[in-house]
Design a binder for this molecule. Structure first.
Ligand SMILES: Nc1ncnc2c1ncn2[C@@H]1O[C@H](COP(=O)(O)OP(=O)(O)OP(=O)(O)O)[C@@H](O)[C@H]1O
Ligand SMILES: [Mg+2]
Length: 314
């Protein structure tokens, strides 16, 4: 069953004096996510990953396009009914920014449970909190619950922000670079906690990252974004082991943990953000581009079952 359907999603920002410059953070993005799937969104800084997370979680409104959550349109307004609001949860890169510094951890966990009427009373809610703290290995729970956010390590606080989201039993979790601020040594444990919780609760996940090896480890399918457009989409092994788009090949060849022996494909240097009206966004950096790539806009098309690419040269 499809949990999320996205059709022709656009998010444009106008910046500068007289709003002269248009940044197409998302430019005609379409994809579906199945129930219980882990869907990776991969790309370099500035390609639109966070914008996608913010628009899908309805924190930001789209410029155009359709978003269906469980078959129901949620685009057009950032207002959601309380149950859908609970069902879509998002966690961010910096856990210190996502907690109210004036509240203890216990209050930060208790308030969303009360708002969403989870548990019949505070005693039951406390039991739920203890159960999740135990799952995350944060024990004795009380020693964490009495503290304020700044009194915890980044890894501990990120674990708690994951718990705060998962306690609400969401059906769709958006994780935006949720471990990129953490030490390598704690990344794996936070990722494994997330995988453990989403598997138990059958939660669908959109896993946003710039790290291709992490995307492959975590995701069932991966969408590669480049300057607001999906350039490749497929299962993790299709995208990482049988990459078709030159941009994905660049990402793969520069990831030492995946293919050490693979020949490096050097992209041309990125000079500013270049989103031409016609032609391929990647043409000015692509080692394979020719004049055709500047004259024709490539469309995402299926090359093998489930494997899509947007490149004129494939
Ligand atoms: N509020 C805003 N106003 C104007 N431009 C914005 C705004 N938010 C994002 N952008 C622009 O939209 C584009 C996409 O930004 P976004 O934050 O989605 O990228 P990202 O892929 O998450 O990058 P990173 O990996 O650095 O987090 C960028 O060019 C960014 O400068
Ligand atoms: Mg981001």
């Amino acid at each position: 069953m499809r949990i999320l359907q996205v059709n022709g999603l656009k998010k444009y920002f106008t910046v500068g004096l007289l709003r002269k410059y248009i940044i197409k953070a998302l430019d005609n993005v379409s994809f579906d996510i199945d129930q219980s799937e882990i869907f990776g969104v991969l790309g370099e800084s500035g390609c639109g990953k966070s914008t996608l997370g913010l628009v899908l979680s309805r924190i930001e409104r789209e410029t155009d396009g359709e978003i269906l959550f469980k078959g129901k349109r949620v685009d057009g307004s950032t207002k959601l009914d309380p149950d859908t609001r609970r069902e879509i949860q998002i966690i961010f890169q910096n856990p210190y920014e996502s907690f109210d510094q004036r509240l203890t951890i216990e209050d930060s966990l208790m308030i969303p449970l009360r708002i969403n009427k989870i548990g019949e009373n505070d005693h039951q809610r406390k039991e739920i909190i203890r159960h999740f703290m135990h799952r995350a290995g944060l024990e004795p729970a009380q020693s964490f619950l009495v503290r304020y956010p700044h009194e915890l390590s980044g890894g501990q606080l990120q674990r708690i922000s994951l718990l705060r989201a998962m306690m609400l039993n969401p059906s769709f979790l958006i994780a935006d670079e949720c471990v990129s601020m953490l030490d390598l040594s704690v990344r794996a444990s936070v990722i494994n906690l997330m995988l453990d919780l989403v598997k138990t609760q059958k939660t669908t996940v959109m896993f946003i990252t710039h790290d291709i090896s992490l995307a492959k480890y975590v995701s069932d399918r991966i969408a590669v974004l480049y300057l607001g457009k999906i350039v490749e989409l497929g299962t993790s092994s299709q995208v990482v082991e049988r990459s078709l788009h030159p941009y994905t090949k660049v990402l793969v060849s520069y990831s030492p943990s995946i293919f050490e022996k693979k020949q490096k494909i050097k992209p041309k240097e990125l000079i500013g953000i270049f989103q031409p009206e016609i032609g391929c966004n990647f043409a000015n950096r692509c080692p394979y581009a020719d004049i055709e790539c500047e004259k024709q806009t490539p469309q995402l098309r299926q090359i093998e079952p489930g494997h899509y690419v947007s490149c004129l040269k494939v």
